[in-house]
Design a protein around this ligand. Sequence first.
Ligand code: SF4
Ligand code: SF4
Ligand code: SF4
Length: 302
Amino acid sequence: MDKISVYRFLSAGCNACDVEVLECLAPRYGLASLGVEVVEEPEKANVLILTGAGTVKGREALLEVYEKINPPKIVIAVGNCSITKNIFDKGYPIIGPLNKLIPVNYYIPGCPPRPQAIIKAVADILGVKIEEREEWWQTPEGFRGRHEIDREKCIGCGACAQICTADAIEVIDGPEKRIIKVNYVHCTFCAFCQDECPTKALKLTGAYHLLTNDLQKARVENEVNLLTCAICGGTFFPEKQIDWALKRIVEEKAPIYRDFSSEILDAVKICTNCRRSVESIKKAKRLLTKLSEKARATVLRK
Ligand code: SF4
Ligand code: SF4
Ligand code: SF4
């Protein structure tokens, strides 16, 4: 392309993504230095930048704009609302995602993406080399970018998915494994999942150059083994979570029960269905009696 002329199309969102696109025009970020101009009429553009989630009322306007854009008609969705509808997903006037309405070539995830991410993405798409100045790419303290899961530390408990109000984290139980899947194109980068993770396995890193043309790759995953029920043989719970919980009980919370580690482990290795059987309830009661006797004896000794 000799000349890159961008037309911006705004849909429903908080508008922060559009503000970041506009910021790219400031001399500090220098979108113009890449040979990019922003135009006010779609007929003069050959690149379309989308921000926000598509709406029922905006659908016709978007289709019209897309028709008017000149070849090669490169369409870039900026920000998670335009990519997946993000937190506006359940809104009654919201349709989309936008790639269901018109072809989208590239996605720049973020909520919102930083201007640096947009500039770098546009440069990458156009094949333009830009100088990478360290201080320019640096993130401020506390910045929250793409997630990272420490595979050693993750116990597969799913607490991160439970706290996520954006439904960005899936817990998928297969026959033998549990998969924890963070779809960061659905994410608002609030970091609640990071705060909730009991083992500090989940972190929001400083990574923010997230340009992709394949949404299947816009995720961070981990998998853990599921435990087999000692009675029925069905899989029911992450193995590592059981180990973690047991360790907490006998090493941190109640070391007086250390002698009963293997009995406690046997008790928790039974799935919720089998725990309801008369025999399991009797066994659990016997164990609880032993534990309370041990606790009473310890208290009396003091
Ligand atoms: S992706 Fe986030 S910042 Fe961008 S419009 Fe949607 S809510 Fe706002
Ligand atoms: S940061 Fe975590 S909790 Fe917050 S929206 Fe993203 S995945 Fe969900
Ligand atoms: S990342 Fe943390 S909260 Fe999420 S499943 Fe793993 S251990 Fe649990």
